[in-house]
Design a protein around this ligand. Sequence first.
Ligand SMILES: [Zn+2]
Ligand SMILES: [Zn+2]
Length: 365
Amino acid sequence: MKTQAALFDGPGKPLRLAEIDLAEPGPGEVLVEVKATGVCHSDVGVFTGKLPAPTPLVLGHEGAGIVSAVGPGVESLSVGDHVVLTWLASCGSCFFCRRGDHHLCGRPRTMLGAHTMPDGSTRMSIDGEPLRQFCGLGTFAQHTVVPEGAAVKIPDEVPLTSAALLGCGVLTGFGASVKTGGVRVGDSVAVIGCGGVGLNAVQGARVAGATTIVAIDMHDERLELARKLGATDTVKAGPDVVKQVRALTSKRGVDVAVEVVGRQETVNQAVAMIRRGGDAVLVGAGPGVGVDDVLNNVVMAGKNIHGCLYGSARVKDDIPMLVDLYRSGSLLIDQLVTETFPFTEINAAVDYCSGEQGARAVVES
Ligand SMILES: [Zn+2]
Ligand SMILES: [Zn+2]
């Protein structure tokens, strides 16, 4: 079939809207009409050239839509189902999946590294030339074909514009606090960087029962949003944030710090602002970023550093859990959609995300 997609031809070039060919879903695959897609910092990273990726490519890895066809052997989904797309379609049977560590499954690595289906092929093409699908999804299109495991059914009444965020920002941020960081009732938590992921780390900490939640960001608008989502204190990003966080925690430091920005300076701040024996959760680290003086800053203080991949999520269980929290009013998602754009204005949505405005821009079809 033919569908509309936004093609990425190389860093710095505006996305090109074009009609593309989409193959029928193969065995174990589904065709999804994408109704909403969030623009995440990883998309912008590719767009600006910070994250290398092969071209031509259809970006987008945070989406929601409606199943419009299923391939042979698909059992968990039917035509008409509302779904959230996820870039971590675990196999369910490998060493890691059997341990319950679905986020460590090896199968999605092709989706993440080569931006293809798990078998290395792709369902999108233009003029006979294959188009890569970012993270195996390619949600900057009006339709896409994905593995059955990359689509998780949600109730019809959940608005798809909000649901789109479940597939990356919400799952990652919420999981960074609750699952990777293991925040407990009464804990103190600091979150460095309050965009689409960090704000969900803030609300994850609130849902888990943290009683001190310090949001750190350089933008007042985001700090204000963080308060609405559960932050008890806000601190403007800068060189003395560690001192300010310590002052809020009897000079001891927080139990858990979640670092989403990924700069050398903020990673060191995250490690420095946790108490002795505390937990630093690193979500955003960019290439080449490390931790200074591990002996004194980590070992001698008995601190723990955790790498956070996709909020340590077990997607098939965690997305329904997040939907339940949303429906009960505990998890706020509508408030995270701070701007929406029509599909034809997808470049404006990318600009909005690059400008670090609000929480999330969602493109609606
Ligand atoms: Zn993302
Ligand atoms: Zn697996």
